[in-house]
Design a protein around this ligand. Sequence first.
Ligand code: FES
Length: 101
Amino acid sequence: MKHELIKIDDIPTTGSVVVPFFGRELHVYRAGERIRAIANTCLHFGGPLECREGKLVCAWHGAHFDMATGERESGPAPRDSKLMFLSTRVEGDALYYVWGD
Ligand code: FES
């Protein structure tokens, strides 16, 4: 099954774009040749993340996460925690969330 997230042309070449996701949000961004989609939810208390200088930074208490790996780099989110990447696929001119395939 699949659900369209965003048109490929609407994904910026730098930084990220926040897209709605079933009542929540994702950050979608380009990482080299790949396009990544990651939950916009901090692993401390669920705060929203901002894309700053190549990192995802929590707006509430400042946890930093690596955009390539999702791993926590600093701040109050648990050590060894990792943001949730979604399974996606490019089809035609759009990026889809895919599941159950
Ligand atoms: S909710 Fe993100 S650091 Fe606290």
